[in-house]
Design a protein around this ligand. Structure first.
Ligand code: H79
Length: 438
């Protein structure tokens, strides 16, 4: 195309999801009694320890009996999330081990019965709302504790299970599941996101197969959810694509706008700081703030969100490493948040080693590398009114066309190029961004 605009068809975002595609950046929180195991599991999934290490119910009980999160201060978590530039948060109300952080009436396997002695979700919701953040509940469909959750290949200690497989009745578990969803959507005020995890009908162990929408009876869950909270955003892990408000690539970084049946959809990449969701003491695979910021930009420049996880310790703290990373990300977001919030993919094609995000007449050029002297922006000749760095609003000079005397000019540069001059000194920020006013 002559103006170098690619032919992006932007999906129509339903009213209830508009805040979500505006806010772009959220905090995922994985916290439970597995946080005390803190063990570098296979694949780094410390929260999977019970299954990965085949821990018996009896052995696992010690983490329940000693759960003493004396430093738990959700207001501090909320302040950290906000300072990092995050606009919403999603917490594990129950993970696969079946332990519940709230005061559910449907099981004794809950925080109030540990030394914690109270509902840990209520103050969390209050704290995050008080900081102006939207709140979401993660809820595990999988449950390795419930006596009627049918045993499969992911289940720990198959031979240990109190109720033999043939005595397990999925209908009883389904009642429990919907009862808990009802509690979560009834007792904590309006909830913005409901994040179910996960369906696995493709997994087949011969003697058992993974569970999907027929097992959960997902249609009924969706019906209940919509009756109780019409505007809550539902993720796509109920194995019922048509009910999903957004899709959830996990620990992968999409590099194009994700589609379902050929149509662009709302999506959110969930990512870890170090490969583990639950706190993982001996894990040192920390991603740098620089990499995390690139991942965020990669998501937003392709029309997606990023949900970045922290795994608080069993004392209830976000540990020093995670805290330091969040602080640096927040420092960048303070200056560059305008290039993230309310922006999406651009129709313009960015030059090599850079990305565009755009909101109306504001086009943001994220410079993943630092070219010498100038950079050519295809398709932008005579389209830019003003250009500046975001960190200090310092103006940048530009010219339509290829600037005379720029020796690196490739011969095939189109006439519609804009030459943007860059100083020799790269701005002292993790990742420099130029704001172009069209
Ligand atoms: O809650 C976090 C994870 O614990 C959960 N989803 C995020 C948000 C999750 N982890 N892995 N999965 C979902 C996908 C399943 C991966 C598996 Fe495996 C591959 C299950 C069996 C093979 C990893 C390796 C877990 C067990 C063995």
């Amino acid at each position: 195309m002559s103006d170098n605009q690619t032919d992006i068809e932007f999906p129509v975002v339903p009213e209830r999801a508009q805040w979500f595609v505006h806010d772009r950046f959220g905090m995922f929180i994985h916290w439970g009694i597995y946080s005390a195991i803190a063990r570098y599991g296979r694949g780094g999934l410390a929260e999977w320890s019970k299954s990965l290490d085949q821990i018996s119910e009896e052995h696992y009980q010690q983490y329940f009996d000693t759960f003493e999160p004396d430093l738990y201060d959700p207001r501090e978590w909320a302040r950290m999330a906000k300072a990092a530039g995050m606009k919403y948060a999603v917490i594990t109300t129950k993970h696969h081990d079946g332990f519940c952080l709230w005061d559910t009436q449907l099981t004794d396997y809950k925080a109030p019965n540990t030394p914690a002695g109270r509902d840990l979700i209520r103050p969390w919701v209050e704290a995050f709302r008080a900081e102006g953040l939207r709140v979401g509940f993660y809820y595990s469909l999988i449950d390795w504790h419930h006596p009627h959750f049918p045993v499969d290949g992911l289940h720990p200690r198959r031979e240990d299970t109190a109720l033999r497989e043939e005595k397990r009745d999925m209908a009883i578990y389904r009642e429990y599941l919907s009862g808990q969803v009802r509690e979560l959507l009834t007792n904590y005020g309006p909830i913005d996101v409901l994040w179910f995890d996960f369906s696995y009908p493709g997994m087949d162990w011969g003697w058992a197969r993974g569970k999907g929408h027929e097992d959960w009876q997902s249609e009924q869950i969706v019906e209940l959810v919509r009756e109780l909270m019409p505007d809550v955003l539902l993720n796509n892990r109920l194995d019922l694509p048509e009910a999903a408000d957004f899709i959830t690539p996990e620990q992968v970084q999409p590099r194009s706008w994700l589609t379902v049946n050929g149509k662009r959809v709302t999506w959110e990449a969930c990512q870890t700081l170090n490969g583990s969701w639950g706190y993982d003491r001996d894990n040192t695979n920390w991603k740098s703030p620089d990499l995390l910021i690139r991942m965020l930009i990669e998501s937003v420049s392709n029309g997606g969100n990023m949900l970045l996880n922290v795994g608080p310790t069993a004392r209830g703290e976000i540990d020093v490493h995670a805290r330091a990373i969040l602080q640096e990300v927040g420092e960048w977001m303070k200056h560059h948040g305008k290039a993230i919030y309310g922006t999406t993919a651009s129709r313009f094609t960015p030059p090599p080693d850079s990305r565009y995000t755009q909101r109306g007449d504001r086009l943001y050029l994220h410079l993943f590398s630092w070219p010498m002297g100038h950079i050519f922006l295809p398709g932008l000749a005579n389209k830019v009114k003003y250009a500046r760095f975001m960190n200090d609003n310092s103006a940048l000079h530009f010219e339509s066309g290829v600037r005379a005397g720029s020796h690196t000019t490739p011969t095939d540069l189109a006439e519609d190029v804009l030459t943007l001059e860059l100083p020799a000194q790269r701005p002292d920020v993790i990742l420099p961004v130029v704001e172009l006013i069209l």
